[in-house]
Design a binder for this molecule. Structure first.
Ligand code: ARG
Length: 459
C-alpha cells in the first residue's frame, strides 16, 4: 500500500508483530458498510461515476459473501481488515477499486468501523441486560413470599423478602442499561472525512455518509476524531460495572448454594461435578463469572493505560484497543446469557429460607423500634436490646420464649403487646416506607418492573 516510498519489503517479523488482521477481521461487515457509504459520498463529489460507485458496492458485497462463506483469504502481509478488503476489491474490479481510498485514511476508517461495532454491540448488551432482569424477575414472581435474613457483614441483620433481594439486582442492571444508553450517544458520531488527521482537500459531503450509516451527528474536529477512544473506554467501564454486578450476584449464588445456606438449588444443567468427590455439585458458572469480572476490569485498564501518554493524533498504539474491546464484549455477552439461563432454572428452597429467617435475633431492631414507639430514646433502646440479646443467648431461649416479667427487668416500657412484634410477617408488613421490603411494596415493585421491562424501547 505504501510501496512508492520504500525500497525494501517489510521484514517478516515486523509483519507478524504489527498485523491486526488475525482479530480485526471481525470488523469486516462494518468496514464494507462504511466503504459503500464512502463511495456514495465520492460519487456525490464527482470523484466516482455512478457506474464506478455501483461496481464498488457490488464488489464489496461479493467480498462480504466470500468472508461469510469462508472463501476469503486474509493476508497477514496486508496487515489489517481495511487493506485486506481494499486490495481484494481492486483485484476484483480494477481501477474503480483503486479510487475508493480517496479522501480517506485508515485512521478515520478504523474509527468509523469501531464506532459501528460498538454501536451494534451496545444494543446487543442492552437486550441481554433486559433478558437478565426478566430472568431475575421471574424468579421473584415464582417465590413472592419467601423470607430470608438480609445480611450486613455477612451476619444476619433483618428479615427481607427474597424477592426484594433479587429486585436489588434488577435496579443495578437498570443503571447499567442507563450507562449503555448514555454512552451510545457518544458512540453514535460519524468520524469519516477526518482523513489521517486534517480532513481532505477534496470536498466531500460527510452528511451523506452519516445519513447512510444512521449516525445522528458528525465529529467536529478531525484531530480529535482520529485519536478519540473515549467511547471505547466508557463502554469498557460500563461492561466492567456489569461484570462487577454479576460478580456480586455470583458471590450471593455461591453462598446460597452452599450446604450451610441451602437457599437456592441450581439446576444440573448449570452446575458441574467433581472428578474426585462424587457428591459435589459446584456453582462453576457463578465462580467463572466472578473470575471473569477481573479480566473485564483488566481490559479497561489496558485501554486507559494505552491512551494516557499518547501525543496527538493517531499513533499505532491505538491498534491495541481492539483485543481488549472484543474480549470484553464477547465475555459479557456470554456471562449475561448463561446467567439469564441459570437464574431462570434456579429454585429457591423456601423451607431453608424460612428456617434461617426464623432466627429471633433478626427482630432485635424491631424490638428497639417498639421501645422507641413507647417513648424510649433510640440509643437507650439499642442498649436495652443489646443486654436482652445477651440474656437470651445465655438463657438459650429466643425472645418469644421470654416472659413479660423478664422483658420488664430490662425496661419498664415493655408491655403485653411486645409479643405481637415477634413475628416475621408482622415485622415485614411494618416496613412500608418507600424502598422498604413490605410485601405490598415488593409486589408493587414487581408490577412496576413487569410494566417497565415490557414497554422499554430498544436503542
Ligand atoms: N490497524 C490499524 C488500527 O487498528 C488501522 C489504522 C492504521 N493506521 C496507520 N496509520 N497505520 O489502528
Amino acid at each position: 500500500m505504501w510501496k512508492g516510498r520504500f525500497q525494501t519489503e517489510t521484514s517478516n517479523l515486523v509483519q507478524r508483530y504489527g498485523e491486526s488482521i488475525s482479530y480485526d477481521w471481525r470488523l469486516y461487515a462494518y468496514d464494507i458498510e462504511g466503504s459503500i457509504a464512502h463511495a456514495a459520498a465520492l460519487q456525490d463529489a464527482g470523484i466516482l461515476t455512478k457506474t464506478e460507485e455501483r461496481t464498488i458496492a457490488r464488489g464489496l458485497r461479493e467480498i462480504k459473501k466470500e468472508i461469510e462463506s469462508n472463501e476469503f483469504r486474509f493476508k497477514t502481509s496486508l496487515e489489517d481488515i481495511h487493506m485486506n478488503i481494499e486490495s481484494a476489491l481492486t483485484e476484483k474490479i480494477g481501477a474503480a477499486g483503486a479510487k475508493l481510498h480517496t479522501a480517506r485514511s485508515r485512521n478515520d476508517q478504523v474509527a468509523l468501523d469501531t464506532r459501528l461495532y460498538c454501536r451494534a454491540e451496545s444494543k446487543a448488551i442492552l437486550n441481554r441486560l433486559s433478558a437478565m432482569q426478566n430472568s431475575l424477575l421471574s424468579l421473584a414472581v415464582k417465590h413472592p413470599e419467601a423470607v430470608v435474613p438480609g445480611y450486613t457483614h455477612l451476619q444476619r441483620g433483618q428479615p427481607v423478602l427474597f424477592a426484594h433481594h433479587l429486585l436489588a439486582y434488577i435496579e443495578m442492571l437498570e443503571r447499567d442499561k442507563d450507562r449503555i444508553r448514555d454512552g451510545h450517544r457518544r458512540i453514535n458520531v460519524m468520524p469519516l472525512g477526518s482523513g489521517a488527521l486534517a480532513g481532505s482537500t477534496i470536498p466531500i459531503n460527510r452528511n451523506i455518509v452519516a445519513e447512510k450509516l444512521g449516525f445522528t451527528a458528525i465529529t467536529q474536529n478531525s484531530m480529535d476524531a482520529v485519536s478519540d477512544r473515549d467511547y471505547i473506554a466508557e463502554l469498557l467501564f460500563d461492561i466492567s460495572m456489569i461484570g462487577i454486578h454479576l460478580s456480586r450476584l455470583s458471590e450471593d449464588v455461591i453462598v446460597w448454594a452452599s450446604a450451610e445456606f441451602g437457599f437456592i438449588e441450581l439446576s444440573d444443567a448449570h452446575t458441574t461435578g467433581s472428578s474426585l468427590m462424587p457428591q459435589k455439585k459446584n456453582p462453576d458458572v457463578a465462580e467463572l463469572t466472578r473470575g471473569k469480572s477481573g479480566r473485564l476490569i483488566g481490559n479497561l485498564m489496558t485501554l486507559l493505560t494505552t491512551i494516557k501518554g499518547l501525543p496527538m493524533t493517531y499513533n499505532r498504539d491505538l491498534q491495541e484497543d481492539k483485543e481488549p474491546l472484543f474480549d470484553s464484549i464477547d465475555q459479557i455477552k456470554l456471562a449475561l446469557d448463561v446467567f439469564t439461563e441459570m437464574m431462570q432454572a434456579a429454585k429457591i428452597r423456601e423451607d431453608r429460607t424460612l428456617a434461617a429467617a426464623s432466627d429471633p435475633f433478626l427482630l432485635a431492631t424491631d424490638l428497639a423500634d417498639y421501645l422507641v414507639l413507647h417513648k424510649v430514646p433510640f440509643r437507650d433502646a439499642h442498649e436495652i436490646m443489646g443486654k436482652l440479646t445477651a440474656y437470651s443467648i445465655k438463657e438459650q431461649r429466643g425472645f418469644s420464649e421470654l416472659s413479660l416479667d423478664e422483658f420488664q427487668q430490662f425496661s419498664a416500657a415493655f408491655e403485653g403487646d411486645v409479643y405481637r412484634v415477634l413475628d416475621v410477617t408482622t415485622a415485614l408488613k411494618a416496613r412500608k416506607a418507600v424502598g422498604a421490603p413490605s410485601p405490598t411494596n415488593v409486589s408493587r415493585q414487581i408490577t412496576r418492573w413487569q410494566k417497565r421491562l415490557s414497554t422499554q424501547k430498544p436503542l
